[in-house]
Design a protein around this ligand. Structure first.
Ligand SMILES: CC(C)(COP(=O)(O)OP(=O)(O)OC[C@H]1O[C@@H](n2cnc3c(N)ncnc32)[C@H](O)[C@@H]1OP(=O)(O)O)[C@@H](O)C(=O)NCCC(=O)NCCS
Length: 126
């Protein structure tokens, strides 16, 4: 929440509306320093797709490999669920991160989320 929705109530960063939601966290000295959530969420003509939300790393640890480890853990969960595709609304500022991990950037830019930041759809075939 401190990274993705600073100044918003904690409910703005709750990503487990669905019972099947799985969360991945990285810990340092007992504190969460990285997180991501994945859950079944149809995408276009792929009803069995899963969606990624809440991908974040603590400010002081960004760029140190934590995000990649968390995202690879989340991808493993989605693969184990035999989903054919993982997708997300990705901040334009983070597109390079997702591309490094194999995602494709799809379509036009749009404003999204409570902060109305520029986003693009990203997809990963599994
Ligand atoms: C985006 C974010 C999750 C990435 O996590 P991270 O721990 O900083 O990334 P890593 O250190 O694991 O980087 C993995 C690779 O992606 C690259 N990368 C990381 N962030 C990047 C960015 N914003 N743009 C381009 N490349 C990036 C790294 O250089 C690294 O490349 P390498 O394999 O060549 O070394 C993190 O920076 C973050 O929380 N940012 C603020 C919140 C945010 O934008 N979340 C995503 C919302 S969609």
């Amino acid at each position: 929440m401190a990274v993705l929705r600073p100044g918003f109530a904690v409910e703005a960063s709750a990503y487990d509306e669905q019972p099947d939601t799985r969360h991945v966290a990285a810990y340092l000295d007992g504190a969460v320093v990285g997180c991501a959530s994945v859950f079944p969420s149809p995408y276009e003509d792929e009803p069995l797709a899963w969606q990624l939300r809440g991908m974040a790393v603590s400010d002081g640890l960004q760029g140190t490999g934590v995000g990649a480890k968390v995202l690879l853990g989340a991808i493993d969960i989605v693969r184990d669920a035999r989903a054919p595709l993982l997708w997300a609304n990705a901040r334009v500022t983070a597109l390079g991160f997702y591309e490094r991990l194999g995602f494709a950037v799809v379509g036009e830019e749009y404003l999204h989320g409570p902060l109305r930041l520029p986003h693009k759809i990203i997809t990963l075939d599994l």
